[in-house]
Design a protein around this ligand. Structure first.
Ligand code: 9MJ
Length: 686
């Protein structure tokens, strides 16, 4: 964390610190601190230097852009320096930027200060800045930014990117042209690559930016060629012999697009600074849905003549500014690791963190998935950790900052018994997760099972919330969901903070819940892998409870939505005497539902009627449109976005944020093989 700078010695230390981080980030592709902390250090340096100009030295990091180039690549001189951007972090600072521009233009060329400035607004991609040199329309050199004046020659690597034109399209290109842009990796490309590295037992990358940097600076360009990198361009450097130079930045982008470059689809031209703020708000809302990382937006004075009049200061143009979003990665301390028990007994480690703001939200817990993940991270209690909250997914510990570890930090050991009921744990076959196998007497599992049973989409028992259920279980008034129906008004009324009236309401709600629907009841039982949609399919197929309880795995697989895994879970659930007893008790308590004729032979409805599917990633066996048509022929709907209404996400290769979202929302996920098999069986009318 930054301390205030009072003395020259402290300033020297701050500059050294920034230099070290610069080297880690730009040269070694291995940042030790989150970008946000680096920004804070740099901001602190700028503020000190502004208030004490005598202290500014020529070698100050504030006077440089990026870092020295790696010696492994040849060096390239940029004819026009590759500048970086100054940052603002709030709307007031942006409006000040706009005001300064107008004042400067008035002073310089007498522009009327009341006239608004037209800006081009662009997302700020978090990638690697590159410059591409074209001569007579042919790519002759590609380079990194390096220190802004000298970069590394990475032509061979850049030539492997499909988005880098080797020859410009169209004609009437300038004799010489430097095109500038950002090489980046999509979130889905990053996920797939890391998954592959993990499977091969290799080191994974921390984030897409760091991965793009590592991929671009490979000495062997075959490695670069296999990485999912993209180029998006946002400007030009040196130009010679351009007959029809546009007057505006926006028009330059359009021209670049016509020559075959990708520009960002979200780029807009707006009439004034106020509209820039609207753009910022709109993009901040969109940020989670984009499949690439942006760390803010860039506003550029659109008129090129005005840009020239404004010029540049040491490291950044005066005519552009980056308005940053709240950082998605922050540094904090791991206080301890706790093990949580889920509804079906899965034991998951959870990181308890020193609360920290990440992406505008306070984070104090992060998922650690399983013991393998803890081992992979090399995590110990008390460690400084980098926490990431990208998109709307659950916060994650991405890595340990080993350099900050104290010697006596405690290793994390897997529990040898259930942290709640102290019962035995076992490793689930084929999975890394640990599980408490004491389901029927583990208080946490009982509480969660009852909570699920009473929830809105299940039995919908009004007033039966988590707190009340916890009290009932802790006081041993219930040990299964069936016990709820034996509770008396007197027992409930005697509980703390529960009066006669509330107790009556609960009894009435329990009574009212007894007349239900079979699919709700099935869902309420909490059979692993059986969500609302599968419960509906089972009822649609069998019509009654008893045949479902007795069905074999092979028979269940004929039900729409039910694959081998789900079929096994269903038969296992009904084979367990504890579950059969509970169902019998519930029926004795008077739970009932209308029964239907089994639909298995009739099939008047289409089998996927009412089901909503989302497809993500690239498919191997057929075109996306073909799959869509097949689903639709069977009555299914295909939608573009994951929502509460989605029944199932179909994932191909390189699935990205939709997969994370679906997992977070507990939506059924099918891979391509499952879908194809399901469709084949449905289409053949089985
Ligand atoms: C990024 N990173 O997306 C600039 N940038 O313009 C955009 N960077 C830039 N513009 C001048 N969209 C210097 C840097």
């Amino acid at each position: 964390m930054s301390k205030s700078i009072q003395t020259l010695a402290q300033l020297v230390e701050l500059k050294d610190q920034i230099r070290r981080h610069n080297h880690q980030y730009h040269v070694l592709d291995n940042p030790l601190i989150p970008d946000a902390e680096y920004d804070r250090l740099m901001q602190q340096l700028l503020v000190v230097e502004q208030s004490k100009p005598d202290w500014i030295t020529a070698d100050s990091p504030s006077k440089r852009v990026g870092a020295s180039p790696l010696l492994a690549f040849d060096q390239v001189q940029h004819q026009v320096p590759m500048l970086s951007l100054n940052n603002v972090f709030d709307s007031e600072a942006l409006l000040n930027f706009d005001r300064r521009i107008k004042e400067r233009l008035k002073k310089q060329v007498g522009t009327d200060i009341s006239l608004p400035i037209t800006y081009t607004c662009e997302p700020k991609l978090d990638g690697i800045a590159v410059s591409l040199q074209y001569e007579q329309g042919l790519l002759v050199r590609g380079a990194t930014r390096g220190d802004g004046n000298t970069g590394e020659d990475i032509t061979t690597n850049l030539r492997t990117l499909n988005t880098v034109p080797l020859k410009l399209l169209g004609n009437q290109w300038p004799e010489r042209l430097d095109v500038r842009g950002e090489v980046y990796m999509t979130q889905s490309g990053f996920n797939t690559l890391n998954q592959k590295l993990l499977e091969r037992g290799e080191k994974t990358y921390v984030n897409p930016r760091n991965t793009a940097a590592g991929s671009l600076r490979q000495l062997d360009c075959r490695i670069t060629a296999n990485r999912p990198l993209l180029l998006c361009v946002y400007g030009i450097g040196q130009v010679q012999g351009w007959q029809k130079i546009p007057k505006n930045h926006y028009d330059i982008l359009q021209q670049l697009q016509q020559w075959g470059f990708r520009t960002n689809q979200e780029t807009r031209r707006v009439a004034d600074a106020k509209a820039c703020l609207d753009y910022y708000d709109q993009l901040a809302r969109q940020r989670d849905q984009l499949d690439y990382e942006i760390d803010g937006v860039v506003f550029k004075v659109d008129n090129l003549q005005q840009q020239q009049q404004l010029g540049s200061v040491a490291r950044a143009p005066r005519w552009a500014i980056a308005h940053k979003f709240p950082a998605q990665e922050e540094l904090t301390q791991l206080l301890k690791v706790e093990f949580q028990v889920g509804r079906t007994g899965t034991i998951t480690p959870v990181a308890r963190l020193q609360p920290v703001k990440v992406g505008g939200v306070t984070v104090s817990n992060a998922t650690l998935h399983n013991m393998d993940e803890i081992k992979r991270l090399g995590l110990r209690e008390g460690d400084s950790v980098l926490v990431r909250r990208a998109g709307d997914v659950i916060p994650k510990v991405v890595r340990v900052i080993i350099e900050r570890r104290l010697h006596d930090n405690q290793a994390i050991i897997a529990p040898d018994c259930c942290p709640v009921c102290y019962g035995p744990v076992e490793q689930i076959t084929g999975e890394v997760a640990l599980r408490c196998i004491n389901g029927s007497s583990c208080a946490t599992q009982i509480k969660q099972a009852v909570h699920h049973f009473a929830s809105r989409k299940a039995m919908d028992i009004n007033g039966m919330g988590g707190k009340l259920i916890a009290t009932l279980v802790d006081q041993k008034l219930i040990s299964t969901a069936a016990d709820l129906y034996n509770l008396t008004q007197k027992q409930l009324a005697s509980l703390e903070r529960m009066g006669d009236k509330s107790a009556n309401n609960i009894i009435n709600a329990l009574q009212a819940s007894k007349q239900t629907q079979l699919d709700r009841f099935l869902f309420a039982l909490g059979i692993p892998e059986v969500g609302e949609s599968t419960a509906r399919s089972l009822v649609h197929y069998y019509g009654k409870l008893e045949p479902i309880m007795m069905a074999s795995e092979a028979a269940l697989k004929h039900v729409n939505d039910v694959g081998a895994v789900v079929a096994t879970k269903i038969t296992q659930f009904f084979a367990d005497p504890h579950n059969r007893d509970m169902i019998a008790s519930l029926q004795r308590a008077g739970l009932g539902w209308p029964e239907y004729e089994p639909q298995k032979q009739l099939q008047t409805d289409l089998p996927l009627q009412g089901k909503v599917y989302v497809i993500t990633g690239s498919l191997k066996s057929c075109k996306r449109d073909t799959l869509k048509a097949r689903l639709q022929t069977l009555g299914g709907k295909v939608s573009n976005n994951i929502s509460q209404r989605t029944d199932c996400l179909i994932v191909g290769q390189k699935a990205g944020s939709k997969l994370n979202k679906a997992q977070a929302m507990d939506i059924t996920i099918w891979n391509e093989e499952t879908v194809v098999a399901q469709l084949q069986s449905l289409e053949s009318g089985q």
